[in-house]
Design a protein around this ligand. Structure first.
Ligand code: HPA
Length: 246
């Protein structure tokens, strides 16, 4: 064990991760996290898993208590978070079924509790967010993928939308003009709250569909076809990263 604890936040398709593990029902100054925390030992590492949308996958992206989720992981001693986020892809490649580690994001969400620095906490800090994802963790994961022979796209901009509806075709055109390659609903405010709490944060995108107006199939058909493939690839990558079985 290196003594460092990792948090894994699973999005759609990962609810069963860590089933059978020792669970903790945590609460925080921000309220309750989405579900139970599951403590696992993977290889030599101590890992805490949390299902972002709840243990029964019932919490919509705009209703997730991101502050409680991040604070609960911090309270467990987590120093770095690996976030799994399903996304649509705006460009032709990488195609659905693939994985990506974006380098940047643009936040289009609104009305979410997006910071721990407010009147209630009585603190104010203008946190540097130039690089929203941990550079060291990005490089470590990319290197691990290369060594394990797992294909993963390096870089790109993740457009974070409010949801829970999917986008219009015109919105996807706009995000592309803004410079985005991926569109999803959950990386914000998760990434900034992790930063505010002093935890490293890495986003792994599971590409499950083409963005609205971009594919040949209905979006939900794309998702159904690609979900299992991306899930197995992501689990393969995590197994390689932790050198153990998740
Ligand atoms: N848009 C927003 N969020 C998503 C998508 C999408 O196309 N696919 C998976 N999550």
């Amino acid at each position: 064990m290196d003594g460092k604890k990792y948090g894994i936040i699973g999005g759609s398709g990962f609810n069963d991760l860590g089933e059978g593990a020792a669970t903790i029902k945590a609460t925080t100054r921000y309220g309750d996290p989405s579900g139970t925390l599951r403590n696992l030992v993977v290889g030599e590492h101590s890992v805490v898993f949390l299902a972002r949308h709840g243990d029964d996958h019932t919490i919509a992206p705009h209703e997730i208590n991101y502050r409680a989720n991040m604070a609960a992981l911090k309270d467990q001693g987590v120093h770095a978070i690996i976030a799994l986020n399903t996304v649509g892809v705006i460009s032709k490649l990488p195609a659905p079924g693939g994985l990506a580690i974006p380098r940047q994001l643009i936040d289009y969400t609104y009305g979410r509790k997006h910071t721990i620095h407010d009147n209630e906490s009585g603190t104010l800090d203008h946190v540097d967010f130039t690089e929203p994802f941990s550079t060291a963790l990005r490089h470590a994961m990319l290197e691990c993928a290369a060594t394990a022979g797992i294909e993963i796209h390096d870089g790109g901009v993740y457009a974070v939308t409010q949801g829970p509806r999917l986008e219009t075709a015109a919105e996807i055109d706009r995000y592309e003009k803004d410079g985005a390659q991926y569109v999803g609903m959950t990386a914000m405010p998760e990434a900034i709250i992790a930063r505010e709490l002093g935890m490293d944060y890495l986003c792994i995108c599971l590409i499950v569909n083409y963005g609205a107006g971009r594919g040949d199939r209905a979006i939900h058909d794309d998702i159904e076809i690609s979900m299992q493939e991306t899930r197995s690839k992501a689990i393969g990558l995590l197994d390689a990263f932790f050198d153990g079985k998740l």
